[in-house]
Design a protein around this ligand. Structure first.
Ligand code: CP
Length: 312
């Protein structure tokens, strides 16, 4: 296993890590991907490490993927879900986490609705923290697994690919983390979707805007399609889901018009028939389930590298 170190003690966001960190995570994930495809999928690497998964917001993929990654590394794992906890009785975030840490926990994986909750924790506790999504801010392991999936699909040739991120950019932590990661890797990025869902500042992040999704799709090698984050929308940004799917949904008909084959990605959960048609999500253009498979290897790599950093 690679002996290099990450430049950070916590994974709070992609903004804080370097291009070298990203490639180190990719190279380590490649090794773990081989391991989890063997008949014996488990390694003893984190045998003496205890990890708490703290989820203050719903999750399917991220929660299960982290738990599986931790178990494949032989860590001791405890799970916390805010919905069934004493948070409901008024306990603060810091009190909740300090009580969990009193049980001798080494690492915390946390999803929280408040942007920056992980920065606050990192200033107050000793455990290594991994951000599993904080509000509309960042979702770093999703971006790492998305970028690793592109890297893997094109046999390591990611720099010369053109990537478009489509949909609700404004409310998406996945979009922000992906943009930070892709720009650090030197990749050309465009965003596409309704103008009301594209933040005005987006060009300052080094990305271009193409409002016409047919042109955006024709331009790219890879389209990462995002769902409409209705739970984060305070006002109406478009008239109806039907109209959204008509003008901004990626359909089979649209994909068939393209001059070259496009790779289709989606971080999930998918809203079939809204941002993506089933005939696209389930087609051979789609690497959506490869993203999920790669997520376990990427999270194993992140946990392994952060645990190594703690030992120094
Ligand atoms: N992609 C993603 O974060 O999915 P979950 O919300 O199910 O974890």
């Amino acid at each position: 296993m690679n002996k290099s170190q990450l430049s950070v003690k916590h994974l709070l966001g992609i903004k804080e890590i370097t291009e070298k960190d990203i490639y180190l995570i990719f190279e380590t994930a490649k090794e773990f991907k081989q391991i989890i495809n063997r008949p014996i999928k488990k390694v003893p690497t984190l045998r003496d490490t205890t990890i708490a998964n703290l989820f203050f917001e719903n999750s399917t993929r991220t929660k299960l993927s982290f738990e599986l990654a931790e178990k494949r590394l032989s860590a001791d794992v405890i799970n916390f879900s805010a919905a069934s906890s004493s948070v409901k009785k008024g306990e603060t975030l810091l009190d909740t986490v300090n009580n969990i840490l009193a049980m001798k926990v080494d690492m915390v994986v946390m999803r929280h609705p408040s942007p920056g909750a992980h920065y606050f924790l990192s200033k107050n506790i000793d455990a290594s923290i991994v951000n599993a999504g904080d509000g509309t801010h960042e979702h770093p392991t999703q971006a790492l697994l998305d970028n690793f999936s592109i890297y893997n699909h094109f046999n390591g040739k990611i720099k010369d690919k053109k990537i478009v991120i489509m949909g609700d950019i404004m409310h998406s932590r996945v979009a922000m983390s992906n943009i930070f990661a892709l720009k650090k890797l030197g990749v050309e990025v465009k965003v596409s979707g309704p103008s009301t869902l594209i933040p005005k500042y987006i060009k300052t992040r080094g990305v271009d805007v193409e409002l016409d999704i047919e042109k955006a799709l024709e331009w790219c090698d890879v389209a990462n399609i995002l769902r409409i984050q209705l739970e984060r929308q305070d006002i109406k940004y478009f008239p109806s889901l039907r109209e959204y799917s008509q003008y901004f949904g990626v359909s089979r008909e649209l994909l068939d018009k393209m001059k070259s084959k496009k790779v289709i990605m989606h971080p999930g959960p998918i809203n079939r028939g809204v941002e993506i048609e089933s005939q696209v999500a389930d087609s051979d253009n789609s690497i959506i389930l490869e993203q999920v498979e790669n997520g376990v290897a990427v999270r194993m790599a992140v946990l392994f590298l952060l645990a190594n950093r703690r030992k120094k």
